[in-house]
Design a protein around this ligand. Structure first.
Ligand SMILES: Cc1cc2nc3c(=O)[nH]c(=O)nc-3n(C[C@H](O)[C@H](O)[C@H](O)COP(=O)(O)O)c2cc1C
Length: 217
């Protein structure tokens, strides 16, 4: 990237900042929406449009990223491709043993329920200043940004795990690198059920002021 590109990027960023500060009301609305985000399962059509998906993926790249390693790696699977992915996963020799055959129904639900399934991985590289855990945290932040972006665009998401052997099956079918950490699936679509009313934790249970003081946060 040239220094001109950097300047253009910086001025676009400050223009964006100014736009977001146009009125406190805009920021307050965004924050209210953020505080109302809930994961949803199952998810149905409509899934995010191409334009919405582009914005959602752009949000991932806004994650804090020590040393600029960009460790996130995603593969999007949509529509008929989800069924093809499932077919190939279930056809692997490792998927034919009885313990895994019992899980075929579960894998079917995981891979083909939501209209858009993003297979998530972290490509960790050795780095003197950004250890593995920081690179994993960056990937977590990137996925969280996508969940929030999807919510702000009117869709819902659900981050689900892919414990072994599904991890390994996805890795070999989809061509993730041996050093990639599989991080599960980000499912995107439209909620079928009303949002959960489960209350969020009370902030005093996870945050406190130091030194301890009489006033509460
Ligand atoms: C990495 C990760 C993997 C998860 N895997 C599952 C899962 O396989 N099944 C599940 O029920 N919830 C899973 N969850 C939890 C849900 O994604 C979700 O966070 C939870 O249901 C709480 O919903 P909320 O986001 O509305 O608070 C996972 C969360 C994370 C961060």
């Amino acid at each position: 990237m040239t220094s001109l590109d950097h300047k253009a990027e910086a001025s676009a960023a400050s223009a964006g900042l100014a736009a977001s500060m146009v009125g406190e009301g805009v920021a307050a609305d965004a924050l209210s929406a953020l505080l109302a985000r809930r994961s949803a399962w199952p998810l149905a059509e409509p899934g995010p449009t191409d334009a919405a998906l582009a914005r959602i993926l752009d949000a991932a790249a806004c994650a804090p990223d020590h040393a600029g390693l960009r460790p996130w790696q995603f593969q999007l699977v949509r529509g008929a491709a989800r069924h093809e992915l499932l077919r190939q996963v279930l056809a692997q020799p490792q998927a034919q043993v009885p313990e895994v055959r019992e899980l075929h129904g579960k894998y079917t639900a995981k891979l083909t329920t939501a209209p858009v399934v993003i297979v998530l991985a972290a490509r960790i590289v050795p780095h003197p200043k950004a250890p593995e855990f920081e690179q994993l945290l960056t990937c977590g932040a990137a996925v969280m940004n996508m969940l929030n972006a999807a919510h702000l665009l009117g869709y819902a998401g659900f981050w689900s795990s892919t414990p072994e052997p599904l991890d390994g099956l996805l890795r070999s079918v989809m061509g993730f690198a041996p050093q990639d950490h599989m991080l599960g699936l980000l499912n995107l679509g439209t909620p079928v059920n009303p949002p959960s009313r489960q209350p969020r934790p009370v902030r005093a249970t996870y945050a406190r002021e130091w030194p301890p003081s009489a006033h509460s946060i």
